[in-house]
Ligand binder design. Structure first.
Ligand SMILES: *Cc1c(COP(=O)(O)O)cnc(C)c1O
Length: 354
């Protein structure tokens, strides 16, 4: 049965390396575990590296972490739905918010404990946040609503628009915080930029002074940076390995026979005539993986396509003889890992020795 091997020690090494390289630049790292659905084994290793805050986008994941005994400050990366505000306040300490109504909902709730809100600014990627050139009035309103619980501002790049981080983008945040100070006399404590896509600026030493928080997920967990299409220097990429079991192995033509419509997902498949090929079906599918994000770790194997529950891999060029019942290992992209960790059908095996 398909399973994934998780190597928590390797995640620890990545977390430690990134924590230290950011600390040298006076940047605190928030460790983001959402791609693992809040896996406590992963969070534990991130905290062991000295990272103090765990970032999560969903309340279910924070609940999972807390009930497994993970003792950290949690940052909720995505605003909660209206009816979940109370619960969000009971689970997390820091909140990224980008809407005055949502902020007001948080503030209206009766509570003793002080929380920290970071107002999000859109510096061009077109996901969350108030558009930077119109941000000051909204930020001042946020301050009127939240008072000293408004502890900072943040931005997120490289996620929707794929916009790359540059010093100029971060300077937009700095300028905004300076203008905020001029208007209120209050200095915002946190300028939170960075996800993984911003790490090149740390490596080049060009993060503007004053930027003091990065929220990192992909780089810690996968060692990759999909926005910049690279491996992150100093990290490893082998913390998760997926194994699919061969459940059918046959030689077949490379082009289907008959009139071609659409595949199970409404896609128009494309075929190239390569003659008769050796094809394996694995016990994986779109429900468990992003087929385009799989890299076979056996030389010559090539992922062809998948339906919900069948992954087709071409093994013609593989030199060793594989049989039904044997397993094929894969490295996973961030997107593939997200699905694998979300799938109930994939067993997770934790290997602490390596
Ligand atoms: C997911 C997320 C992150 C982490 O991004 P990575 O690219 O995985 O490092 C940071 N900030 C926010 C708001 C996020 O949603």
């Amino acid at each position: 049965m398909a399973y994934v091997e998780v190597y928590p020690k390797r995640i620890y090494q990545n977390a430690l390396f990134l924590r230290n390289s950011c600390a040298e630049k006076n940047i605190e790292v928030v460790g983001v575990t959402k791609v693992t659905c809040g896996d406590p084994h992963v969070a534990e290793k991130i905290l062991e590296s000295g990272i103090k805050i765990i970032g999560e986008s969903r309340l279910e994941n924070i609940k999972r972490l807390k009930s497994a005994g993970i003792d950290a400050k949690f940052m909720l990366l995505r605003p909660p739905e209206h009816e979940m505000v109370q619960e969000a306040l009971s689970l997390a300490h820091y909140f990224l918010v980008s809407d005055l109504k949502v902020l007001a909902n948080f503030i209206d709730v009766n509570r003793a404990e002080e929380k920290g809100f970071i107002y999000m600014i859109d510096t061009g990627d077109l996901r969350e946040g108030v558009w930077y050139s119109e941000a000051l009035p909204e930020l001042l309103e946020a301050y009127r609503i939240a008072g000293k619980e408004l502890i900072g501002i943040g931005t997120n790049l490289g996620c929707y628009g794929g916009v790359k981080a540059t010093p100029e983008k971060f300077i937009l945040l700095k300028e905004l915080s300076e203008n905020f100070k001029k208007a209120t006399g209050v200095e915002l404590q946190i300028l939170s930029t960075g996800n993984t896509a911003s790490l090149p600026l740390v490596e080049q030493g060009v993060v503007p002074q004053g930027i003091n928080q990065f929220r990192l997920g992909e780089s810690i967990i996968c060692g990759t940076d999909v926005t910049n299409n690279r491996n992150v220097p100093g990290t490893r990429q082998d913390s998760f390995i997926l194994y699919g079991e061969i459940i059918e192995l046959k030689r077949k033509p490379s082009i289907p026979e008959g009139e071609i419509g659409q595949d199970a997902f409404g896609r128009k498949p494309h075929f190239e005539d390569r003659g008769i090929r050796l094809r394996a079906i694995l016990d994986l599918g779109e429900q468990d993986v992003l087929p385009s994000g799989l890299t076979p770790l056996i030389k010559g194997a090539e992922v062809l396509h998948a339906s919900s529950d069948h992954l087709i891999v071409d093994l013609t060029e593989v030199s060793q003889t594989l049989k039904v019942g044997e397993y094929l290992p894969f490295r996973m992209s961030y997107g593939a890992l997200l699905r694998t960790m979300t799938s109930h059908y994939i067993r997770k095996e934790y290997i602490y020795a390596l």
